[in-house]
Design a protein around this ligand. Structure first.
Ligand code: MAN
Length: 527
């Protein structure tokens, strides 16, 4: 169409909607570009690719390379159609969707010449969208107010911690003074105790040495007596025959002492001197000898119990069937056994070191001083620990206004199909399989890791448990606004790298003020 068009014709051809509040423009043109479409002049393609008579605008033929001459038809493949969507949000759609039978614009303006029965639903949609937006704004406002109290609480905790630190420092100083005092008392008490104990030790060693010497002499006397007893002819030497003459050495209880049995006790020699007997022979013979002499009376069945330090009883020379004779074996007399045990116990009791009264008094005083020092020392160490933990906590960054501080000490959980995840802010992130196996440490509190302009929108928990054939585990926590602090999701985008989503009022900013004029923006705003 090349004719010069009258304005009224333009209105018809271009399909402009005439409304009091609107600027007249061809169909599909956004308000901000209305001035480029002046029906009294030729139209300049918006990309400068050409100039055409205004009548070519929306004539269903694509003249401009950028499609700007056909805003209201589907003629240009790269053009855009603008729907005003009065009552809701304006929209730009690819011009290929104009009159394609699908309702894209809620005001139905994209289907002005199609058979589809699109109706204007913008008002209802707009109302619903505004209601939703208002609800979200309200939530945001609620979150913002909660954030204010989080800030207040955080600052209060910080101040209290500062006070507590001062208090603890004073307490620590006092406790250190007490500890030093107790240390002096302890040293003073330990000096005389040390001297007394050394003295006691010397006396004790002497006493023990005497006991040992007495025992040795007694053992030797016992050995000499036994030797004399076994040495039938008194020639100072024990022979095979002399041992054979004593049933004592009938190890296998067959009624006679074989040469083999006798030689066993003579250490496979023909004879044994008194000297060898005292140093080693007696040790072998003593159990059977005493068994016969003191503890047992025939018949017995059980071999004599061994006294500590003695050699085991000799092997039984099983050269004959001895089952019948078993009945003639010796029997242990329990009373004798108990008597011997009692004797041994008494001996041990007697040997138990007991301090003399004066030494004991010094030991008691020193013990008491040590206990008091230990207690004072423990108190100092407890205070140091408490102080360190508070100071460490004070050094952490709890957000620009201390708003995150109240989250410390709490843990938040999220459970998916396989795991329960736990986030304890400023402490750690944990993964626990639902199957009940042990926990996996995903990371320890590291740092704020949001982008420069929004640093407090992300937290990083790093240095978690090593991943098999992979990095050490870490958890990235994305934080967004909500009216309660809650872990809303956890994913593992890369193996052993976890992404947590934490909702909290701590990041809720104040919603923009909306006045009546601005809110009516929805009905008029053009993109
Ligand atoms: C465990 C879990 C998983 C992780 C694998 C890596 O099963 O910690 O999240 O992907 O180890 O081996």
């Amino acid at each position: 169409m090349k004719s010069v068009l009258a304005f009224s014709l333009f209105c018809v051809v271009s399909g402009a909607v005439v409304r009091a509040a609107e600027v007249l423009r061809p169909r599909g043109v956004v308000l901000s570009k209305a001035s480029f479409y002046d029906p009294t002049r030729d139209f300049n393609c918006l990309d400068g690719s050409g100039t055409i008579p205004f009548s070519y605008v929306n004539d269903d033929y694509c003249d401009c390379q950028d499609g700007s001459d056909e805003p209201g038809t589907a003629a240009c493949p790269n053009g855009f159609f603008h729907c005003t969507n009065a009552g809701h949000v304006p929209l730009n759609i690819p011009s290929s969707r104009v009159n394609d039978g699908v309702c894209d614009c809620c005001d139905a303006s994209d289907e002005y010449a199609s058979s589809s029965n699109c109706v204007d639903t913008c008002r209802e949609l707009g109302r619903a969208a505004r209601e939703e937006a208002a609800k979200q704004r309200e939530e945001r406002m609620k979150g913002y107010h909660l954030r204010q109290s989080m800030i207040e609480d955080g600052r209060k905790i910080k101040k209290e911690a500062e006070g507590k630190i001062e208090e603890l420092k004073k307490e620590k100083e006092e406790a250190e003074a007490v500890r030093n005092e107790k240390e002096e008392v302890k040293k003073t008490a330990e000096e005389p105790e040390k001297i007394a104990l050394e003295k006691y030790q010397a006396v004790e060693e002497e006493r023990k040495a005497k006991i040992d010497a007495d025992k040795k002499a007694k053992d030797e006397a016992e050995a000499r007596e036994a030797f004399a007893h076994i040495d039938n002819n008194g020639d100072g030497v024990l022979t095979v025959e002399e041992l054979q003459s004593r049933q004592t050495f009938d190890t296998n209880r067959d009624g006679q002492v074989s040469e083999e049995e006798a030689r066993f006790y003579l250490k496979q020699e023909d004879s044994m001197s008194l000297e060898t007997f005292i140093t080693s022979g007696w040790l072998m013979m003593r159990p059977v000898y005493l068994m016969d002499k003191r503890m047992f009376t025939p018949p017995t069945t059980t071999p004599a119990p061994l006294e500590e330090g003695l050699t085991p009883p000799p092997p039984v020379f099983d050269d004959e069937d001895d089952t019948d004779e078993d009945e003639e074996d010796y029997e242990l007399h329990d009373e004798d056994h108990e008597d011997i045990l009692k004797e041994d116990e008494q001996k041990e009791e007697e040997e138990e070191p007991k301090y003399d009264e004066d030494t004991q008094k010094l030991v008691d005083i020193a013990n008491e001083a040590r206990e008091q020092f230990d207690e004072a020392d423990r108190r100092v160490r407890d205070l140091v620990r408490e102080l360190r933990s508070l100071e460490e906590s004070q050094e952490k960054d709890y957000g620009p206004e201390e708003e995150f501080r109240v989250l410390e000490g709490n843990c938040y959980e999220y459970t998916d199909r396989e795991y329960t995840y736990r986030l304890c802010p400023f402490d750690k992130a944990i993964q626990k399989p639902k199957s009940g196996h042990g926990e996996t440490r995903l990371g320890q509190w590291g740092e704020w890791s949001g982008p420069e302009e929004n640093r407090y929108s992300r937290m990083l928990y790093s240095n978690g448990q090593a991943c098999w054939n992979g990095p050490t585990r870490s958890a990235d926590v994305k934080i967004y606004c909500g009216t309660e602090t809650k872990l809303t999701g956890v994913t593992e985008p890369n193996r052993c790298e976890y992404l947590f989503f934490l909702r909290t009022p701590a990041v809720c900013t104040k919603p923009e003020e909306i006045n009546e004029d601005e809110s009516s923006e929805y009905t008029h705003t053009e993109l």
